[in-house]
Design a protein around this ligand. Structure first.
Ligand code: GAR
Length: 194
């Protein structure tokens, strides 16, 4: 344990299974950091209930209550700043962020994307990997830059694509790896002993 633990804020939009794997990794000591807040842009995000049960500060900032992408991102950034994150973690946060927001958190903003970047940026990555006849697929943790799903890759996990895979089977195989990959990447970025 270290007295200068890093602060992490996690943004989610839905299920939150990656966020849960990060919380579990903090709870079991794999990651030595504080999760200072979990924020959802959707009121119905299932992950928020888990955050509440874990006693982690959590809140909803509903993007539908803002009249522009800019005003939402400004309000979100202001709220996030109050939790003083060393690392801002996008975990299934399904909003495109403005360049101003990305610049504000540059160097401490990371995302997990379900493909072997730079392949398959954007949506429907599993179907597109199957359609392209890929033999290998996976997930990437990367720093976020203003370009969608771009920015330096921190870690990747690979899985085989099997002959009879559909989106359900392939996404489940990738997700299992995501749940190890994201804690590993965050451990690497928050470790104060290296
Ligand atoms: C994850 O598979 C994540 O890689 C993906 O959304 C899912 C969220 O699941 N993210 C993206 O597609 C970002 N472009 P979760 O809410 O259970 O963590």
């Amino acid at each position: 344990m270290s007295i200068d633990k890093k602060n992490i804020v996690i943004l989610i939009s839905g299920r939150g299974s990656n966020m849960m794997s990060i919380v579990n990794a903090v709870n079991n000591g794999q990651i030595d950091a504080n999760i200072t807040a979990i924020i959802s842009n959707r009121p119905d995000a299932a992950g928020i209930e888990f955050a509440e049960q874990q006693g982690i500060t959590n809140l909803i900032i509903d993007h539908k209550e803002f009249d522009s992408r800019e005003s939402f991102d400004q309000a979100l950034a202001k709220e996030i700043d109050s939790y003083q994150p060393d690392l801002l973690v996008l975990a299934g946060f399904m909003r495109i962020l403005t360049a101003d927001f990305v610049e504000h958190f540059a160097g401490r903003l990371i995302n997990i994307h379900p493909s072997l970047l730079p392949k398959f940026k954007g949506l429907d990555t599993h179907q597109r990997a199957i359609d392209a006849g890929e033999k290998e697929h996976g997930a990437s943790v990367h720093f976020v830059t203003a370009e969608l799903d771009d920015g330096p890759v921190i870690l990747q996990a690979r899985v085989p694509v099997l002959a009879n895979d559909d989106v359900a089977s392939l996404s489940a195989r990738v997700l299992e790896q995501e749940h190890k990959l994201y804690p590993d990447a965050i451990k690497k970025l928050t470790s104060t002993t290296e």
